[in-house]
Design a binder for this molecule. Structure first.
Ligand code: TXE
Length: 479
């Protein structure tokens, strides 16, 4: 199946008529083509967005709310079709796409449809100076949204929904590895009555189509989620052009387990936080630290539970671990098993690629647990972004805090304990944008989302996203 760019409310071929292959991770076959777009396509998309801006930025909030709610409803109506497309493109179990990815994409539109009606700005009375200041929060104009392959429609809409709710027009690019649901979103937006040009979707490679978006002089804000190296590159390109940037990058998140935790709840959640979506979530807890008194028990129970996880075709409802997103990514993840062995890590389970009967060319891998002797080894420091976690014991709170913080990333952390004082101490000291206590991946869309250190700059979510996608202007009136 061939997919096309979505520009000015129309599906169109790329200007150069060049195409890229799209692979199905479950069987390794090419099943379609996507535009290999270039600067020319981005320019056409930019002009459509710029043309639509004056009208869209002046639509009433009531009207924007209605349009975004209709998009949300249409995503829900297309749940099965979108979930199938997401699963086929990404390799994730179809039940997961149905339960999480697509419903969340609908929630993103619903949430920001409503959030914009509650968004307010500040005013400051300059007492004794007979003046009043107020802040106008105006849409920026044309903004760029660039998203990755791990949660394709979920993250694509997480950026687009607040951008258009705030009155901007968008040039967006999904990952070239998972373009399908973004393609289908175009039709949904047209049917929901989103005016043409408000959202333009360009498909293609990062270093051509993506690059054209980030270096476009008149696309004044970029919201990006993806790898840390790409984020650093975008920051270098955007800085001299004075663009506003929101970068959501990688993570290497600690999962810290104390002996006083609710053990069964912790165990269930830890299996999920380690291997959900084949471990390809930036929030996965890939470094597991366990307090010494329960280390042996945890190790035995965790290995047993992980060995039971069914690796299978994404469309099989019993599948817990589907296919990894691409062959190069599978190879990268597997290379860390060799690195672990060189570093004298002990592979407690998994570690190998899997050849599924009938799908021998799919990108499957066993969920893998590596016992490490030191937190400083590469498997414990570098983002693997696949079904590999490390485990190691710790003795004291201070020791585990130091290990947790001793990585270049700072996206999320999880702490399992019932000790309130310890919770208060650790949640303050952990270097992360999100700390979960006795849970994981519980999301409230009003909260600020993002990371510290090499995990990014800026926050999205709730009003933070609406602040990002608007430019504040101070008006001072003397009377
Ligand atoms: O991401 P890229 P990749 C991590 C994970 C993974 C690594 C690389 O460790 O192994 O990043 O993954 C677009 N200008 N995460 O290579 O390249 C690209 O087309 C503009 C963590 O797939 O960062 C895609 O749309 N855009 C992460 C998007 O950037 C460019 C999720 C992300 O791709 C560009 C994914 C350029 N020069 C990977 N180059 C998370 N935090 O969730 C690429 N892109």
């Amino acid at each position: 199946m061939n997919i096309q760019n979505y520009i000015n409310g129309q599906y169109v071929d790329p200007v150069n008529n060049k195409w890229l292959d799209n692979y199905c991770p479950a069987n390794g076959e090419i099943y379609g083509q996507i535009p290999d777009s270039t600067k020319e396509d981005v320019e056409v998309a930019y002009i459509a967005a710029r043309t639509a801006f004056s009208e869209w930025s002046n639509t009433t909030l009531d009207e924007r709310n209605r349009v975004l709610l209709r998009i949300s409803e249409d995503i829900e109506k297309n749940l099965d079709r979108l979930a199938e497309a997401e699963s086929k493109d990404n390799g994730k179990p179809i039940w997961l796409a149905k339960a999480v990815d697509i419903p969340r994409a609908a929630s993103n539109f619903r949430f920001f449809a409503n959030a914009i009606t509650q968004f307010a700005s500040e005013s400051h009375e300059s007492v004794g100076q007979n003046a009043i200041n107020y802040t106008l929060r105006q849409p920026i104009g044309v903004v760029g949204c660039i998203s990755p392959w791990n949660l394709p429609l979920y993250l694509f809409t997480w950026k687009i929904a607040p951008a258009i709710a705030a009155g901007n027009c968008v040039v967006a690019k999904p990952s070239e590895i998972t373009p399908m649901t973004a393609y289908l979103l175009g039709e949904i937006c047209t049917n929901a009555g989103l005016p043409k040009g408000v959202l333009n979707i360009i498909h293609g490679l990062g270093n051509t189509a993506g690059q054209a978006i980030i270096e476009h002089p008149d696309i004044k804000a970029i919201s990006f989620t993806g790898g840390t190296a790409t984020g650093a590159h975008i920051a270098r390109v955007a800085a001299p052009l004075f663009k506003k940037l929101s970068l959501e990058l990688g993570g290497k998140n600690p999962n810290i387990i104390f002996a006083d935790c609710d053990y069964e709840d912790m165990l269930d959640t830890t299996v999920r936080s380690s291997f959900a979506n084949q471990g390809q979530i930036c929030l996965c807890g890939s470094r597991i630290f366990i307090e010494e008194p329960i280390y042996e028990k945890f190790r035995a129970d965790f290995v047993k539970r992980v060995k039971e996880l069914k690796i299978g075709h994404p469309s099989d409802p019993g599948t817990k671990v589907g296919a990894l997103v691409s062959k190069p990514h599978l190879e990268k993840v597997l290379s860390y098993v060799d690195i672990a062995k060189e570093e004298k890590g002990k592979i407690l389970c998994g570690g190998k690629a899997v050849s599924l009967p009938d799908y021998e060319n799919g990108y499957y891998m066993e969920p893998t647990i590596i016992e490490v002797k030191t937190d400083e080894c590469r498997v414990n420091q570098e983002e693997i972004f696949g079904p590999i976690v490390t485990i190691m014991p710790f003795k004291t709170e201070q020791e585990v805090l130091e290990m947790a913080n001793k990585v270049k990333y700072g996206l999320s952390s999880t702490v399992w304990t019932n000790d309130l004082k310890r919770t208060m101490r650790l949640t303050k000291e952990l270097q992360a944008g999100i700390v979960w206590v006795n849970t994981w991946m519980l999301r409230d869309l009003r909260t600020p989302f993002g990371g510290v250190k090499d995990s990014g700059v800026g926050r999205e979510g709730g009003f933070e996203a609406l602040r990002f996608f608007t430019e504040p202007k101070n008006i001072c009136i003397k009377y």
